[in-house]
Ligand binder design. Structure first.
Ligand SMILES: [Zn+2]
Length: 223
Protein backbone atom coordinates (compact mmCIF):
# COMPACT_ATOMS: atom_id res chain seq x y z
CA UNK A 1 0.00 0.00 0.00
CA UNK A 2 1.34 3.44 -0.91
CA UNK A 3 2.20 5.55 2.17
CA UNK A 4 -0.14 8.37 1.14
CA UNK A 5 -3.03 5.97 0.61
CA UNK A 6 -2.29 4.31 3.95
CA UNK A 7 -2.51 7.71 5.61
CA UNK A 8 -5.74 8.49 3.77
CA UNK A 9 -7.33 5.23 4.92
CA UNK A 10 -6.38 6.06 8.49
CA UNK A 11 -8.16 9.39 8.20
CA UNK A 12 -11.01 8.14 5.98
CA UNK A 13 -11.10 4.39 6.64
CA UNK A 14 -13.27 2.25 4.41
CA UNK A 15 -16.57 1.28 5.89
CA UNK A 16 -18.98 -1.51 5.10
CA UNK A 17 -21.83 0.10 3.13
CA UNK A 18 -24.32 -2.27 4.75
CA UNK A 19 -23.56 -1.90 8.48
CA UNK A 20 -21.04 0.98 8.52
CA UNK A 21 -18.38 -0.94 10.45
CA UNK A 22 -14.71 -0.42 9.50
CA UNK A 23 -13.47 -2.80 6.82
CA UNK A 24 -10.16 -3.59 5.20
CA UNK A 25 -9.35 -1.53 2.10
CA UNK A 26 -10.51 -3.06 -1.21
CA UNK A 27 -13.25 -5.13 0.43
CA UNK A 28 -16.80 -4.53 -0.76
CA UNK A 29 -18.37 -5.37 2.62
CA UNK A 30 -17.49 -6.73 6.06
CA UNK A 31 -17.35 -10.58 6.20
CA UNK A 32 -20.73 -10.82 7.95
CA UNK A 33 -22.60 -8.56 5.52
CA UNK A 34 -20.77 -10.11 2.58
CA UNK A 35 -22.16 -13.53 3.51
CA UNK A 36 -25.71 -12.19 3.97
CA UNK A 37 -25.53 -10.20 0.72
CA UNK A 38 -24.07 -13.14 -1.18
CA UNK A 39 -27.27 -15.01 -0.38
CA UNK A 40 -29.47 -12.02 -1.17
CA UNK A 41 -27.62 -11.01 -4.31
CA UNK A 42 -30.12 -12.10 -6.90
CA UNK A 43 -29.87 -9.61 -9.76
CA UNK A 44 -33.25 -8.91 -11.28
CA UNK A 45 -33.51 -8.50 -14.99
CA UNK A 46 -36.75 -6.71 -15.65
CA UNK A 47 -38.41 -4.56 -18.24
CA UNK A 48 -39.42 -0.98 -17.58
CA UNK A 49 -41.99 0.09 -20.15
CA UNK A 50 -40.05 -1.87 -22.76
CA UNK A 51 -36.56 -0.85 -21.52
CA UNK A 52 -34.35 -3.60 -20.14
CA UNK A 53 -33.21 -3.02 -16.56
CA UNK A 54 -30.98 -4.85 -14.09
CA UNK A 55 -31.03 -4.35 -10.31
CA UNK A 56 -28.44 -5.89 -8.00
CA UNK A 57 -30.65 -6.31 -4.94
CA UNK A 58 -34.24 -6.34 -3.81
CA UNK A 59 -34.84 -3.21 -1.73
CA UNK A 60 -35.05 -4.01 1.98
CA UNK A 61 -33.02 -4.76 5.13
CA UNK A 62 -29.31 -3.92 4.92
CA UNK A 63 -29.61 -2.70 1.32
CA UNK A 64 -32.39 -0.29 2.30
CA UNK A 65 -30.36 1.07 5.22
CA UNK A 66 -27.31 1.47 2.96
CA UNK A 67 -29.31 3.48 0.41
CA UNK A 68 -30.78 5.68 3.14
CA UNK A 69 -27.28 6.46 4.50
CA UNK A 70 -26.02 7.07 0.97
CA UNK A 71 -28.86 9.44 0.08
CA UNK A 72 -29.57 11.26 3.29
CA UNK A 73 -26.44 10.96 5.47
CA UNK A 74 -23.68 11.88 3.00
CA UNK A 75 -22.17 8.39 2.86
CA UNK A 76 -20.90 8.81 -0.70
CA UNK A 77 -17.79 6.88 0.34
CA UNK A 78 -19.83 3.69 -0.23
CA UNK A 79 -20.05 4.34 -3.98
CA UNK A 80 -16.89 2.48 -5.13
CA UNK A 81 -17.87 -0.66 -3.22
CA UNK A 82 -21.45 -0.57 -4.54
CA UNK A 83 -20.23 0.02 -8.09
CA UNK A 84 -18.07 -3.10 -7.93
CA UNK A 85 -21.17 -5.22 -7.24
CA UNK A 86 -23.40 -3.53 -9.81
CA UNK A 87 -20.78 -3.59 -12.58
CA UNK A 88 -20.70 -7.40 -12.52
CA UNK A 89 -24.49 -7.52 -12.90
CA UNK A 90 -24.39 -5.06 -15.80
CA UNK A 91 -21.72 -7.11 -17.59
CA UNK A 92 -23.62 -10.38 -17.06
CA UNK A 93 -27.06 -9.04 -17.99
CA UNK A 94 -26.07 -6.94 -20.97
CA UNK A 95 -23.31 -9.18 -22.33
CA UNK A 96 -24.95 -8.90 -25.77
CA UNK A 97 -24.76 -5.09 -25.82
CA UNK A 98 -21.76 -2.88 -26.43
CA UNK A 99 -22.65 0.33 -24.63
CA UNK A 100 -21.23 3.58 -25.95
CA UNK A 101 -21.85 5.68 -22.87
CA UNK A 102 -23.40 5.92 -19.42
CA UNK A 103 -25.81 8.52 -18.13
CA UNK A 104 -27.95 8.97 -15.03
CA UNK A 105 -31.25 10.19 -13.64
CA UNK A 106 -30.73 13.87 -12.77
CA UNK A 107 -32.00 15.77 -9.74
CA UNK A 108 -33.57 19.20 -9.87
CA UNK A 109 -30.80 21.78 -9.33
CA UNK A 110 -32.45 23.05 -6.11
CA UNK A 111 -32.69 19.54 -4.66
CA UNK A 112 -29.12 18.70 -5.68
CA UNK A 113 -27.84 21.90 -4.11
CA UNK A 114 -29.65 21.03 -0.89
CA UNK A 115 -28.19 17.48 -0.79
CA UNK A 116 -24.81 18.51 -2.14
CA UNK A 117 -24.60 15.65 -4.63
CA UNK A 118 -26.63 13.34 -6.84
CA UNK A 119 -25.94 9.76 -5.75
CA UNK A 120 -27.03 8.39 -9.15
CA UNK A 121 -24.48 10.63 -10.89
CA UNK A 122 -21.72 9.51 -8.50
CA UNK A 123 -22.64 5.87 -9.10
CA UNK A 124 -22.72 6.41 -12.88
CA UNK A 125 -19.25 8.02 -12.74
CA UNK A 126 -17.86 5.12 -10.69
CA UNK A 127 -19.41 2.64 -13.15
CA UNK A 128 -18.04 4.57 -16.12
CA UNK A 129 -14.53 4.03 -14.73
CA UNK A 130 -15.18 0.32 -14.16
CA UNK A 131 -16.60 -0.12 -17.67
CA UNK A 132 -14.21 2.33 -19.39
CA UNK A 133 -17.13 4.24 -20.90
CA UNK A 134 -17.75 8.00 -20.93
CA UNK A 135 -20.31 9.28 -18.43
CA UNK A 136 -22.51 11.89 -20.13
CA UNK A 137 -24.70 14.53 -18.55
CA UNK A 138 -27.70 14.12 -20.87
CA UNK A 139 -30.82 15.15 -18.97
CA UNK A 140 -32.11 18.07 -16.95
CA UNK A 141 -34.85 17.82 -14.35
CA UNK A 142 -36.81 20.93 -15.15
CA UNK A 143 -39.75 20.45 -12.78
CA UNK A 144 -39.66 19.82 -9.04
CA UNK A 145 -41.84 16.83 -8.24
CA UNK A 146 -43.61 15.41 -5.21
CA UNK A 147 -42.04 12.49 -3.34
CA UNK A 148 -42.94 9.48 -5.47
CA UNK A 149 -43.40 6.91 -2.69
CA UNK A 150 -46.65 8.48 -1.48
CA UNK A 151 -48.29 8.19 -4.92
CA UNK A 152 -50.01 5.47 -6.94
CA UNK A 153 -48.46 4.38 -10.27
CA UNK A 154 -50.73 6.59 -12.38
CA UNK A 155 -50.15 9.53 -10.01
CA UNK A 156 -46.39 8.94 -10.32
CA UNK A 157 -46.57 9.11 -14.11
CA UNK A 158 -48.60 12.33 -13.89
CA UNK A 159 -46.24 13.78 -11.27
CA UNK A 160 -43.24 13.14 -13.55
CA UNK A 161 -44.88 14.31 -16.76
CA UNK A 162 -42.62 16.93 -18.36
CA UNK A 163 -40.14 16.70 -15.48
CA UNK A 164 -37.11 15.68 -17.59
CA UNK A 165 -35.64 17.15 -20.74
CA UNK A 166 -32.71 16.07 -22.93
CA UNK A 167 -29.94 18.67 -22.78
CA UNK A 168 -29.37 20.86 -25.80
CA UNK A 169 -26.54 19.59 -27.96
CA UNK A 170 -26.31 16.17 -26.32
CA UNK A 171 -24.88 13.78 -28.92
CA UNK A 172 -26.12 10.23 -28.39
CA UNK A 173 -27.63 9.72 -31.82
CA UNK A 174 -27.32 6.05 -32.82
CA UNK A 175 -25.59 5.17 -29.54
CA UNK A 176 -26.36 2.48 -26.96
CA UNK A 177 -26.87 4.20 -23.61
CA UNK A 178 -26.86 2.79 -20.08
CA UNK A 179 -29.03 4.82 -17.69
CA UNK A 180 -28.23 4.65 -13.96
CA UNK A 181 -30.45 5.29 -10.95
CA UNK A 182 -30.10 4.25 -7.31
CA UNK A 183 -33.42 2.46 -6.91
CA UNK A 184 -36.34 1.46 -9.07
CA UNK A 185 -39.76 1.26 -7.46
CA UNK A 186 -42.61 1.65 -9.94
CA UNK A 187 -40.31 2.23 -12.91
CA UNK A 188 -42.03 5.57 -13.59
CA UNK A 189 -38.90 7.71 -13.10
CA UNK A 190 -36.66 5.60 -15.33
CA UNK A 191 -39.24 5.21 -18.08
CA UNK A 192 -39.91 8.98 -18.05
CA UNK A 193 -36.16 9.64 -18.31
CA UNK A 194 -35.79 7.12 -21.15
CA UNK A 195 -38.70 8.74 -22.97
CA UNK A 196 -37.12 12.20 -22.63
CA UNK A 197 -33.77 10.86 -23.83
CA UNK A 198 -35.30 9.21 -26.89
CA UNK A 199 -35.64 12.69 -28.39
CA UNK A 200 -31.85 12.63 -28.80
CA UNK A 201 -32.31 9.52 -31.00
CA UNK A 202 -30.15 6.89 -29.26
CA UNK A 203 -29.99 3.40 -30.77
CA UNK A 204 -31.12 1.92 -27.46
CA UNK A 205 -31.37 2.63 -23.76
CA UNK A 206 -31.00 0.09 -20.95
CA UNK A 207 -31.11 0.76 -17.22
CA UNK A 208 -29.28 -0.39 -14.09
CA UNK A 209 -29.99 0.33 -10.43
CA UNK A 210 -28.60 -0.81 -7.10
CA UNK A 211 -31.95 -2.01 -5.84
CA UNK A 212 -35.45 -2.78 -6.99
CA UNK A 213 -38.73 -2.86 -5.10
CA UNK A 214 -39.92 -5.56 -7.47
CA UNK A 215 -43.19 -6.19 -5.69
CA UNK A 216 -44.54 -2.77 -6.61
CA UNK A 217 -43.91 -3.07 -10.33
CA UNK A 218 -47.11 -2.59 -12.28
CA UNK A 219 -47.85 -5.74 -14.26
CA UNK A 220 -47.93 -4.07 -17.64
CA UNK A 221 -44.38 -2.72 -17.33
CA UNK A 222 -42.82 -6.16 -16.76
CA UNK A 223 -41.70 -7.93 -19.92
ZN1 LIG B 1 -21.18 -4.98 7.29
Amino acid sequence: MKPLYKLATLIFPDRCPYCNCLIEPERIACPRCFEILRQKHIPLSLGVSGYRCVSSFVYGGKVRRMIIRLKFYDRTQYIPQIARVTVDDIKATFADIGFDCITYVPMHTKDEKKRGYNQSELLAKALSKELSLPCLDTLDKIKRTKKQHTLTYSQRRKNLSGAFKAKEGVDISGKSVLMIDDIITSGATLSTCCKALRRAKPKMICCATIASAKNVYPEESVI
